[in-house]
Design a protein around this ligand. Structure first.
Ligand SMILES: Nc1nc2c(ncn2[C@@H]2O[C@H](COP(=O)(O)OP(=O)(O)OP(=O)(O)O)[C@@H](O)[C@H]2O)c(=O)[nH]1
Length: 308
């Protein structure tokens, strides 16, 4: 190939390259964060069996030879309790949907609830929406006829531009989903470097990892009444030193997080440290402790400070 041919090929490749934003939207617990982690091939968004674990908008980037997908994982719309935190979360979802090129509306297979319908109603009118039916690995979704009938029922509710079925947890049909989404991205050169997987800082990811462990090891209600704050984050001699405070609402919640003889907190911080070492690919010194800050979920100024 001579230089001219090479340049012509390059120009052609740039012309056909696609890059754009896709919001991942759905009610809590349908598997948005799990899907995001599989789409980009790394764990940057926290997942949990409990609903409403995602509080922040997380951006995940997947780049290949033909396209760059910038995914925005949104908190599930909060329909249960009304407080300053939930109002702010819903605002974040609405904001995340503005200006994207397409929306992936995630649903759990064989389950279409009022909460799903509420989210559908809030989707912007002029943006293409792809229906993503997740959790097809579940037994109840294995009957193909029933699954098709379910999809038809949902399609009658909204004009989707396409439908995909996936299992985010098992990484099934993720490549198909990417292919389905690609035509909705505008032709453009990539916006981010090709090795970048998120626009979130290591500091933010560290905080999210600790939040995920709190959800895993604490009772049903408590994690919703707490938040996490990074007090210090520094790199020294190729090692990260991370100091994180867990904020609880009341003094009597402190021992629940700490556990007998400090056992629970130790487990949370050990697991968090191991995840961090994997993600950051270096040694981590992690210190986690508990602080009381009452009424934080209702304090707008404090939510601003936390970047929510
Ligand atoms: N069986 C099965 N479970 C899944 C699948 N995808 C996600 N899950 C599970 O569903 C639960 C919720 O997943 P998340 O990814 O945290 O859901 P989310 O929609 O981000 O939830 P919020 O943060 O509450 O908005 C977790 O226990 C996941 O392991 C799937 O494909 N199959």
């Amino acid at each position: 190939m001579n230089v001219e041919e090479f340049l012509a090929n390059e120009a052609q490749a740039t012309q056909n390259y696609r890059c754009g934003f896709i919001a991942i939207v759905g009610r809590p617990n349908v598997g948005k964060s799990t899907l995001m982690n599989h789409l980009i091939g790394q764990k940057i968004s926290i997942t949990s069996k409990k609903a409403q674990t995602t509080r922040h908008k997380v951006t995940g980037i997947y780049t290949d030879n033909t396209a760059q997908f910038v995914f925005v994982d949104t908190p599930g719309f909060q329909t249960d309790h009304r407080n300053a935190l939930n109002d702010r979360l819903n605002l974040n979802v609405t904001e995340a949907m503005n200006g994207v090129d397409a929306i992936a509306f995630v649903l759990e297979a064989m389950r279409f609830t009022d909460a799903d319908r509420t989210v559908l109603k809030q989707l912007p009118k002029n943006t293409p929406v792809v229906l993503v039916v997740n959790k097809i690995d579940k037994d109840k979704a294995k009957d193909k006829l029933a699954l098709n009938a379910f999809i038809e029922q949902v399609r009658a509710e909204f004009e989707f531009v396409a439908v995909e079925v996936v299992s985010a947890k098992h990484g099934l049909r993720i490549a198909n989903l990417l292919e389905t989404l690609k035509p909705f991205l505008p032709e453009s050169v990539p916006m981010y470097p090709e090795d970048m997987v998120t626009d979130k800082s290591s500091r933010f990811l560290a905080m999210e990892i600790v939040r995920e462990k709190l959800f895993r090891y604490l009772g049903e209600e408590l994690p919703y009444a707490m938040n996490v704050e990074v007090e210090q984050f520094k790199e020294e001699n190729g090692m990260f030193h991370i100091y994180i405070a867990v904020l609880v609402d009341k003094e009597n919640q402190k021992p629940i997080v700490i556990g007998r003889g400090g056992e629970k907190l130790k487990k949370i911080s050990t697991e968090a440290r191991l995840d961090m070492e994997k993600l950051f690919d270096c040694k981590v010194f992690l210190k986690v402790w508990v602080k009381v800050k009452s009424g934080w979920a209702d304090d707008i100024r404090f939510l601003n400070e936390l970047g929510l």
